[in-house]
Ligand binder design. Structure first.
Ligand code: 13P
Length: 249
């Protein structure tokens, strides 16, 4: 089953979010069958209201999760709290790494929090432009995996989703090329395979970075691409629906 995940980032008021969800629900209700995982990751503040109108055809995800279970962490929202509303959470998005200095140690703790509360982490990795230009990107990707996700035991590792999001492609309007996507997804799969063998195929590897309705199909035909993590193009419900339709083609 292919994943399509809308990461709204810091966009939409509650009213706008509800309008989007109502429109998406109507649209999906009119489809004969839905054979994909469709997830919406709104701002945390909208999760309670959106979870009330949630249909069976899609799920909600958190965009972020606290690195501790409870206590004096002003402004944070714990996995336990979020687990009342979501079964998934994005962890380690490059915007969190960059603007909030989330390092490997914090991200590992966030993964553990998710798994302790039955939340599936959607773990983001990706190199920045300097690493790409210096031809250093495979080393960076391996490091990002080795110092976080790969520290989990096998059972937990198998409960995760990986999202490859090259930082230079995010919000640029230019997705990575199909060759670049294919190279990285095959590389990530090989790292998981070395650890888990055939079972590693159960871990979805998603691509994110300037996905839209024009490149959805071609990206999804690449080996080891199990879905998309969509930013800007997921904010418009009609555009997002168009992308959902393309999963069936
Ligand atoms: P864009 O689709 O806007 O490039 O964002 C990708 C992203 O960061 C999804 O998490």
């Amino acid at each position: 089953m292919t994943y399509i995940i809308a990461n709204w980032k810091m966009n939409k008021t509650a009213r706008e979010a509800v309008k989007f969800i109502d429109a998406l629900t109507d649209y999906l209700n009119n489809k004969k069958s839905i054979s994909h995982h469709i997830l919406i990751a709104p701002s945390t503040i909208h999760l309670p209201i959106l979870s009330k109108s949630l249909s069976k055809s899609f799920n909600l995800a958190a965009q972020n999760i606290a690195f501790k279970d409870a206590g004096a962490y002003t402004g944070e929202v714990s996995a336990k709290m979020l687990s009342e509303y979501v079964q998934y959470s994005i962890v380690g998005h490059s915007e969190r790494r960059c603007y909030f200095n989330e390092d490997h140690q914090i991200l590992y703790q966030k993964l553990v929090m998710c798994l302790q509360h039955n939340i599936t982490p959607i773990f983001c990795i990706g190199e920045n432009k300097n690493d790409r230009d210096a031809n250093n990107y495979l080393t960076i990707i391996r490091q990002q995996l080795n110092e976080t996700l790969m520290l989990l035991d096998d059972d937990d590792l198998l409960k995760t989703i990986v999202a490859y999001e090259p930082v230079w492609a995010i919000g640029s309007g230019n997705a990575a090329s199909l060759d670049q996507i294919s190279e990285l997804h095959t590389y990530i799969r090989s790292i998981l395979f070395q650890r888990l063998g055939e079972k590693s195929n159960d871990i979805p590897i998603l691509y994110g970075g300037s996905c839209n309705s024009s490149n959805t199909q071609s990206i999804l035909t690449q080996n080891n691409v199990d879905g998309l993590l969509v930013g800007g193009a997921s904010l418009d419900v009609v555009h997002f629906q168009k992308m959902i339709d393309m999963l069936d083609v």
